[in-house]
Design a protein around this ligand. Structure first.
Ligand SMILES: [Cu+2]
Length: 142
């Protein structure tokens, strides 16, 4: 719990859209409220690794969703499909953008009805045995 306090303060100080953890920063986190009747929605962020080591995201969870996956949109036999990425590595001194049409967060099976403005938390497990908690407010897709 001792270790969590600086993280919580960092979240409060940065207005919840950016968090630095030993050189890893998640910028511009955006999560859409699911469309009416949909059990999935997407999230985007720009992940910057300023550290001297590659970092891998090993898992992501959210208290508001039953599961969170990282997907990549790939063209397979001429058809755009989403492929799950089991572990996303951000090389040292590089960034990986999760953005519309490319890699993205897929938030699956909301535990309750989520509307615009609802707080969404993401718990991100990194390869260095670090856990980063992000939070943002769901935005409307339109
Ligand atoms: Cu997806």
């Amino acid at each position: 719990m001792q270790k969590l306090l600086p993280l919580i303060l960092a979240i409060l100080l940065t207005g919840c859209d950016s968090l630095k953890s030993n050189g890893i920063t998640f910028n511009d986190l955006t999560v859409y409220a699911p469309r009416a009747g949909s059990r999935v929605t997407a999230g985007f962020t720009n992940i910057i690794n300023k550290s001297a080591d590659a970092v891998t995201i090993t898992s992501i969870s959210s208290p508001q969703f039953n599961s969170v996956e990282i997907h990549e949109t790939a063209i397979i036999n001429g058809v755009a499909r989403m492929v799950k990425i089991e572990a996303l590595t951000i090389p040292e001194h590089q960034s990986v953008a999760l953005k519309p049409g490319g890699k993205h967060l897929m938030l699956i099976d909301p535990k309750k009805f989520i509307t615009e403005g609802e707080e969404i938390n993401l718990i991100i497990e990194l390869s260095r045995n670090e856990t980063v908690t992000l939070s943002t407010s769901a935005v409307s897709r339109f």
